[in-house]
Design a protein around this ligand. Sequence first.
Ligand code: SAM
Length: 471
Amino acid sequence: MAKSTLKSIPVSQDEIIDLQIEAMAYDNAAIARYKDFVIFVDRGAPGDLVQAQITTLRPNYARAKILEIKKSDLDYRIEPLCKIFKVCGGCQWQHLRYEKQLEQKDLLLKSIFSKLNLESDVLKSIIGVDDPWHYRNKVQFPVRTIRETGRLKAGYFEWHSNELVNVKHCPIQNNLFDEIVETVRELAPKYKIIAYDGKNKTGWLRHICVRMGENTKEALLTLVGVNENLSKSQEFANEIMEKYPKLVGVCININTNTTNVIYGDKTKVIKGKGYFFEEINGLKFKISATSFFQVNTKQTIKLLNVIEEMIDDRDAPSGRLYHGVLDAYCGVGLFSLSLAKYTEKIIGIEEVKQSIEDAKSSAKENNINNVRFINGKVENKIEDLVKVEDPEIVVLDPPRIGCNKKILQNIIESKIKKIIYVSCNPSTLCRDLEILCRGVPVVRPFEIKSIQPIDMFPHSYHIECVVLLER
Ligand SMILES: C[S@@+](CC[C@H](N)C(=O)[O-])C[C@H]1O[C@@H](n2cnc3c(N)ncnc32)[C@H](O)[C@@H]1O
């Protein structure tokens, strides 16, 4: 793009310029300004003075890659612990001191939520972790086969690329995962496990997934393949389970989708169990191979503390208890079972059938009798549920896309008094909060009482927030 055609853009494609980095972006990049024009600098850090080259030009912003760091602020920039951080797309902020990651997440949230005109004490400071390493209790690596050796490559993709990085050691996940994935790589030629090639429709394996209950030490290995025909799967499972006694099961999940969704609907247990247990605050949760569970177990306890403080029973109608709570997007029932003690009844809604089965089974296991779990989409169930069950509180914990508008509308028009909205995407959260606080004529809108961010994902730009809304 020539400079002269777009007068307001002060840089051109491939141009090399010096940039002073100001802050982190909600991304892989940091923000710099060149003559007031925003430039996202990949893997920059606040305080950096860099020589950078423009890689992408858009009417409102550009992206640039660093050619040379001329000066950096050592309060911010540190040497990443991970040796492959520069190429791996798994985390984005490892080059930032952990305290500064928290500071930058706070600043980002301030900026994202600025349009909500919040009172000054509503947005709280983020709750950090005690130890930002080895926290992930799940790994889901895509794979490729190296043609010359028949060995597998498994890891994360480079940022916004199809280039797979063979991750041998990942310092943000449980150490055992490195070993188990390496063993799958080693065993692949022996058991003729070949990576699926979507272009040529050859091969079999799509993902290697390992999960672990951090408190129970039970691990589960799932190979996601295009069908269930792995000829020596039994022998493979015997060999790997013998090597790793913490593995309670080996499964094959069959995924024939052409999208990048990791799991298909069907899972076959090859050996052992198709699930593992995790224990949180004295409750036992059954988690099947494809069921969602929070990835950072230690922070999950802090997350539950925040939710419990918000649910507080001081204005409950029947003394200590609420009449009803809805847990929308309930997964395996983490919130439902944890909050059951505050209410006469709690109803969880979740679209994944296996997760609902897990939740029901955990309710039994923990002797909790005032919960009910419903399989279906929240948008299809909530209208009737709020009418029939008359809950005072709804807990929302949607995926990154946030809540469908119809759900928010149903809540606004219901008698629900309190919403606890848990979100892993501040942008869609902000959009949904605006709708809930706008309300509709004759119905009182919700007010945001507090927003508590929690760092569930150290070294990445992702931010979890818990919001309390009341009316
Ligand atoms: C962020 S997870 C939260 C799970 C649970 N609250 C927890 O903390 O473990 C979102 C869950 O919503 C489910 N889900 C996604 N879209 C849904 C929809 N439209 N209706 C019902 N469940 C949905 C997913 O399967 C996933 O289990």
